[in-house]
Write a protein that binds this ligand. Structure first.
Ligand SMILES: NC(=O)c1ccc[n+]([C@@H]2O[C@H](COP(=O)([O-])OP(=O)(O)OC[C@H]3O[C@@H](n4cnc5c(N)ncnc54)[C@H](OP(=O)(O)O)[C@@H]3O)[C@@H](O)[C@H]2O)c1
Length: 316
C-alpha cells in the first residue's frame, strides 16, 4: 500500500481508504461481516477510515466505533474522520455549520465513535446560512481543542475553499488541509477544471468519494442489474450512472484492464490516484472480496500510454 501526505500536511493516509456511507449500519447490518472487512482493510494497509454523523443517522459512527474497539487496533495507527452538516433530527438547530451545532456535534460523534479525537473533521457541505468567519473559527477551535487534528471541507466550491483558506491564513487560524469531492472516470469535469486548480497550489489534498462511481466502474452492471447491489436497491443512485453510454465505456475499459492483468475496479482507482493532488480514494465495500479487489490498487501505477487509452474511451 502506498501512503500519501494529506495535501501539504504531515499526515500520511493510505492511498486506498474505506468509508461507511450507505453501508455500515445502513445496508450492511451484519457486524461480523463489517468487522471482517475492516480487519482485512487494516491488514492490507488501509489506515484511513471515513465516516459522517449523517451516515445512517449516527449508526455508521456507532458501528465502526464498536468494531475498532473490538479489533483493539492502537488508536495512533488509525486515521479516522467524520463530518458535520446534514440534519441529525428535525430540530432547526441540529444541522448546518453554526458554532453551536459544530461544537455540539463533534462531542456526540466522538461518543459514538468511542474515541477522544478524530484525525480529520469535515464540513460535509458549505453552509450559506453561516458566515465564513464563524465556520473557519469554529473548525479552527475544534482542532485547537484537540478534538480533531485537522479539518477539511467536502463538496465546497473552489471559491468557498479559497475563501476559507485565505481567511484562516490571514487571521492566524487553522486552515483546511483537505477537500472531499466526488471524482471518478465517469465524474471528472468539476474536479479537474475547478477544484484541483485551487487546491493543489494551496497544498489542500483531495480525498475522493465514489471513485468507482458507486460500483458502476467495476463492470458488475455489464449485463443487467444483479440483485443486492447498490443500483438494484436504490433508483436515485442507479439513475446517476447506469445508462447505455456508461455501460459501453465500462465494457471498453475491460480490454485495458485485461492487458494489464488487473480488474476494472483496480484500473478505476489507479486512474484517480494518477493525480498528484489526490491523497486517497475513499472506497466502499459490502463484501470482503470487494475490499480485497480494491486494496490492490494501492500499489498500482498507470503509464502514459494507458492513461491516453483510457482518456480515448472516456471521451467517446
Ligand atoms: N463527502 C460526501 O459527500 C460523500 C458522499 C458519498 C460518499 N462519501 C464517502 O466515500 C465513500 C465511498 O463512497 P462509495 O461507497 O460511493 O464508493 P465506491 O467505491 O464508488 O462504491 C462502493 C460500492 O460499489 C460496490 N463495489 C465496491 N467495490 C467493488 C468491487 N471491487 N467489485 C464489485 N462491486 C464493488 C459496492 O456496492 P454494492 O455491493 O452494494 O453493489 C460498494 O458499496 C463513502 O463510504 C463515504 O465515506 C462521501
Amino acid at each position: 500500500m502506498q501512503y500519501r501526505r494529506l495535501g501539504r500536511s504531515g499526515l500520511k493516509v493510505s492511498a486506498v481508504s474505506l468509508g461507511a456511507w450507505t453501508t455500515y449500519g445502513g445496508s450492511v447490518q451484519d457486524k461480523a461481516l463489517i468487522k471482517d472487512i475492516v480487519a482485512k482493510a487494516f491488514e492490507g494497509g488501509i489506515n484511513f477510515f471515513d465516516n459522517a454523523d449523517a451516515y445512517a443517522r449516527g449508526q455508521g459512527e456507532a458501528f465502526l466505533g464498536e468494531i475498532f474497539e473490538d479489533l483493539d487496533i492502537p488508536r495512533h495507527h488509525l486515521v479516522l474522520s467524520t463530518k458535520v452538516f446534514w440534519p441529525m433530527s428535525d430540530a432547526i438547530t441540529d444541522r448546518g455549520l453554526s458554532r453551536k451545532h459544530v461544537l455540539e456535534s463533534i462531542d456526540l460523534s466522538l461518543d459514538r465513535m468511542r474515541t477522544d479525537y478524530v484525525d480529520i473533521y469535515f464540513a460535509h457541505r458549505c453552509d450559506p446560512e453561516t458566515p465564513m468567519e464563524e465556520i473557519v473559527e469554529v473548525f479552527s477551535d475544534v482542532v485547537r481543542s484537540g478534538r480533531s487534528h485537522y479539518w477539511g471541507t467536502s463538496e465546497w466550491s473552489a471559491a468557498q475553499i479559497a475563501e476559507a483558506h485565505t481567511y484562516a491564513t490571514a487571521h492566524g487560524l487553522v486552515a483546511p488541509v483537505t477537500e472531499q469531492p466526488q471524482y471518478s472516470m465517469l465524474y471528472r469535469e468539476r474536479v479537474e477544471s475547478q477544484i484541483l486548480p485551487v487546491t493543489e497550489p494551496k497544498g489542500i489534498g483531495l480525498v475522493v468519494w465514489s471513485p468507482l462511481a458507486m460500483g458502476m466502474l467495476t463492470g458488475k452492471y455489464d449485463d443487467g442489474m444483479p440483485d443486492g447491489t447498490r443500483f438494484a436497491d436504490n433508483e436515485g443512485f442507479r439513475k446517476s450512472f447506469l445508462n447505455d453510454a456508461n455501460v459501453a465505456k465500462v465494457k471498453a475499459l475491460k480490454a485495458v484492464a485485461d492487458d494489464l492483468g488487473i480488474t476494472r475496479a483496480q484500473l478505476a482507482l489507479a486512474w484517480v490516484l494518477r493525480q498528484s493532488g489526490v491523497s486517497s480514494v475513499i472506497t466502499g465495500a459490502t463484501k470482503v472480496e470487494q475490499l480485497l479487489d480494491n486494496l490492490a490498487a494501492g500499489d498500482l501505477e498507470l503509464d502514459a500510454a494507458t492513461i491516453e487509452r483510457i482518456d480515448g474511451i472516456l471521451a467517446d
